[in-house]
Structure formats: C-alpha cells, structure tokens
Design a protein around this ligand. Structure first.
Ligand code: ATP
Ligand code: MG
Length: 503
C-alpha cells in the first residue's frame, strides 16, 4: 500500500459511531462576551438630561488609570540607587580613559582583562570602598554594558523567561509562566538601548537606524530578535526577544503541564509515526513551534528530513536532517531568499518529510503540493484561532500568492493533502493547551468537512484563577488515519488510546 499519491477527489466522511443522541463534534466557539462588559447598549437620551460632556469640557487627567498604578513589578534587579550612582561614576571615568576603537579589536577575554585593570585603578584613585565580591559584581556589570547586552544580561541568563519585551529605555516586560509582567530593568537612556540593539543585529551582519528601522536578527544562543526603532517606534527603540529554550519541552512535559492528556499525547505520537500530514494552528506564543518540535520527535531516524524556517528554532534529534533558513533582503533591498524559495528548492533535495516552521505566504501552495506528492508526514505551523480558520487561511494564502485557481480546486488540494490540524492556545491564565486534534475528512459540495478526534473542554476556573477542564474524546471509534496507523502497525495502540480518552 502506498500513501504517496493522494487522491484530490472528495473523501466521504466515514460514519463514526457516536453515542445515540450526541451531536456531531462542533468546532469550539469563542467564549461569549461576559455580560456587563464592553460598550453598553446606547439608551435614548432622557428629556431634560445633561448633554454629554465633550472632550473640550472634560478636564484632562494626566494620572495613569488606577490599574496601571497597581501594575505588579517583577523585581529582577535588586541593586540600590547608591550602587547605580557608584557605577555611573566609574563607568564615565572608564569611557573617558579607554580607547573604544582599540577595545573593539580585542577578543572578549582580553577586552575584559583590559576593562578589569582600568576599573580596579579607577576604584583605587576615586577611593571607592568596596568588598572584593562587590567589585567583581560591578566589573561584570560594566563588562556587560561595554561588551555585552547590558541590562538585558540577567534576563537572558534565565531559562524560565519565554519573551523579553523592551518598550524604550524605561519599560521592560517579560513573559514568565505564560504571564506578561513588568520588570524593574531599565536602560540608562534610549541611546544605550539603541546601542545594544545595534550590537545584537550587527552580529548577523545587519544594521538598524533611522534609515532602516526594522530588523530581525538572532542572538548567538539562537533566540529570535526583532527591533523596531524610532521614528517608527514612537516611544523609543522597541526590542522583542523570543528566548531560545535550551531544554526543549517534550510531549511528556506537555502532559505534565496538562497541555494534553496522556491518551491525547499517545494519539499525537501515532499521528507523528504514521506519517500524517499535520498543520499546527494557534495564536502568537501559543506553543505551535514547541508542539511541532515534539511531533518531529516521532520521525523515524532513517528518514531524510528538511526543515525550512525564518529563524532556526526547531531541534530535531534525528541524524539525517538538513536545516534551511530564509534570508531577509540586505540593506540595498536585494538578496532575499523567501520561504517559498526554500520550500521549492527542498523538493529538489529528495526529502522524505518537509517541515515548515511557519507558513505565512505563497509557500502554502508548495507545501500542499509536497504533501500531496509523496512527502507524507510533512508538517507546518500557522497563525489561526481554529482548525477551520487555519484551512481558510491556507486558502487565502494561496489565492493571495497569485495562483489563479478556482476556490474549489484549492479546497480539493487542501483536503487531498492535510490530514490533521492540531490547535494550540494560550488561555487567559497563561497556560498553554492543545484545544483540539481535528481531522480533515473531505469536501461536501464546497465545504470542507472536519471532525474532532479530541478536544479540550473548559469547566471553569479554580480559586487561583487557573482554568480547569479536560481533554475529551468525541465518540469517534475510528479516525480517518486508522488505515495509516494500521499500515505502520499502530492499530492496537490507536484503539487503546481512543478507548482511554475521557468520554
Ligand atoms: N504546553 C506548554 N506549556 C508551557 N510552556 C509552553 C508550552 N508550549 C510552549 N511553551 C513555551 O511558550 C513559549 C512560546 O512557545 P512557542 O515558541 O512554541 O510558541 P509559538 O506559538 O511558536 O510562538 P510564535 O507565534 O511567536 O511563533 C516558549 O517559551 C515555550 O517554551
Ligand atoms: Mg513559533
């Protein structure tokens, strides 16, 4: 049996055994807006009522709204104002003494030695009283400012931080445990922040300034960086870093965090092993790349895998992997290598599976073609809020990519290539969950038929504000990928995983 060539014709949905009276699995709807919030319905004005106050008549209140004042500050920096005063004195004296041009030519260790000697001298000349450990601490700090990423260093050193968001010199937010919190990290001024942004992007041969104020880059550890500078960013240079997690989460970790149930994880394992074509859909930071990385863990070590990413984040464990990365245009605006160029080139590299980090444009067409022509088990992520929306985004990416294909043909392509859509979500309590595992069944008329294999059902919130709920089966006895699973000898495993799903 071969799964290489797929028929693009409509597949009839299999009648799935459902408990009597149960409605077909529906897509999760966005929660209804709570009553009493949002804009209240407009009431007709009462006779004799005061006219509404106009902006001109209303006194301007410059104080921040009360909940901004109450914003919790995550104290990363515990040093005193006095420490900073001493540091500024020493730092200024250092900058007056040192030849920055010469320093730039030294390697990191020698530059550090050079700075150490001068700082020790300044401390003794200025009669600053300090213990050895305080001195070492100050030296580290100054070296970070001169050679490294300054105030960002303590944040970069922590592995529990997912994102660092710097909105100008005075405001830095981080994401820890799924929650965004403000920190007390500050830069001396916007010039220092800009300098650090420049240092980051120059490592990948790029430049950020007023004439090219938007820039993507990468830190040496693989973290993904975006910089947008004034005048586009109104309140100062804005830097966003998605920290590279050294120890990538695995499916077992996702089970531990309740992102998926054990039986759900087993179903994902079978989907990965049995070479289903998978799209992972979700919002920003919902855990799509993490999930993709987990699924790639089930690829057989004998397979040749090619990954295409904008910024290499995936960490495949298999020996036979070729990693490709797109290239943005250079300062003159030429030399761009797009995701589409990579995916097209991939097809000439004899891949067995193609993994696309994020599908966001016309490469959707090439990925579907690859899935359809013998590269089963290909995968990709995309931004969407539900499996249905994910498929319609694929359709619009193809339409907007200039392929003049009728909508029906594109939908036939979609159902002929994508087997499963996995939906990831970051919930309001900051937890990340797999919301559903959904199969693409076929076309009925012009409509793509989807079927949930499992879905997360929220039942409420506990007293700490944590969302509670369960991953439940939808009563499907035999998913469509049953045949594939049995081809890969996983029929029994699939049957027991489906039985183990909470009804
Ligand atoms: N199930 C999970 N439980 C806890 N943390 C998670 C989970 N999944 C992902 N994370 C963490 O959340 C952060 C964002 O994850 P990831 O990069 O996978 O999201 P993404 O959806 O790909 O984001 P983007 O839209 O920016 O590409 C990472 O730090 C990751 O370690
Ligand atoms: Mg991602």
């Amino acid at each position: 049996m071969s799964f290489g060539k797929r028929s693009a014709t409509a597949r009839q949905p299999q009648p799935a055994p459902r408990p009597a009276g149960q409605a077909p699995a529906a897509q999760p709807k966005p929660p209804a807006r709570p009553q009493g919030q949002g804009t209240p319905p407009k009431q007709p004005p009462k006779p004799g009522a005061q006219p509404p106050r106009t902006a001109a008549s209303k006194p301007v209140d410059l104080k921040p709204p009360p909940d901004m004042e109450a914003e919790k500050i995550h104290k990363v920096d515990t040093r005193s104002e006095e420490y900073y005063a001493t540091k500024t004195t020493i730092f200024n004296a250092l900058i007056d003494t040192i030849d920055l041009g010469q320093l730039a030519q030294l390697d990191a260790a020698s530059a550090r030695e050079e700075i150490r000697d001068i700082v020790v001298e300044i401390i003794s000349i200025k009669n600053v009283v300090m213990s050895i450990s305080e001195q070492e601490h100050l030296l580290d700090d100054i070296c970070n400012d001169v050679l490294g990423y300054g105030p960002l260093e303590p944040l970069l050193a922590r592995d529990d931080i997912a994102d660092i968001m710097v909105n100008g010199a005075d405001t830095t937010y981080i994401e820890v445990n799924g929650k965004i919190e403000r920190t007390n990290i500050r830069f001396r001024d916007n010039a220092q922040l800009m300098n650090i942004c420049q240092r980051i992007v120059s490592q990948v041969g790029r430049r950020v300034d007023e004439s090219s104020p938007i820039c993507d880059a990468r830190l040496l550890d693989g973290s993904r960086v975006n910089v947008i500078a004034p005048p586009l960013a109104i309140d100062g240079p804005t830097l966003t870093i998605r920290k590279f997690k050294k120890d990538k989460l695995r499916l077992a970790d996702l089970v531990k965090f309740n992102s998926i149930s054990e039986a759900g994880a087993e179903i994902l394992r079978i989907i990965g092993h049995s070479r289903c074509n998978v799209l992972i859909s979700g919002g920003t930071g919902s855990g799509k790349t993490t999930l993709l990385n987990c699924l790639t863990g089930f690829i057989d070590p004998t397979e040749r895998v090619i990954t295409c990413e904008d910024s290499a984040e995936l960490q495949l464990q298999q020996p036979h992997v070729v990693r490709l990365e797109t290239r943005p245009p250079n300062i003159e605006g030429s030399g761009e290598v797009s995701m589409r160029d990579l995916v097209k080139n991939c097809l000439r590299m004899r891949p067995e599976r193609i993994i696309v980090g994020e599908v966001r444009g016309p490469e959707a067409f090439d990925l579907l073609q690859a899935m359809n022509t013998g590269h089963d088990g290909s995968m990709g992520t995309l931004h969407a809020n539900s499996p249905r929306e994910a498929l319609s985004r694929v359709e619009s990416m193809i339409t907007m990519g200039g392929f003049s294909l009728p909508a029906k043909t594109i939908r036939e392509m979609i159902v002929g290539s994508i087997d499963v859509v996995v939906q990831a979500s970051r919930l309001r309590d900051g937890s990340r969950r797999i919301m559903c595992v959904t199969e693409v069944m076929g076309l009925e008329g012009d409509t793509i038929i989807l079927q949930d294999v499992l879905k997360f059902e929220m039942d409420g919130e506990d007293e700490d504000g944590k969302v509670s709920g369960r991953h439940r089966g939808t009563g499907i006895g035999r998913p469509r990928f049953w045949e594939r699973a049995s081809y890969f000898n996983l029929e029994r495993d699939l049957a027991s995983a489906i039985d183990a799903l909470d009804a």
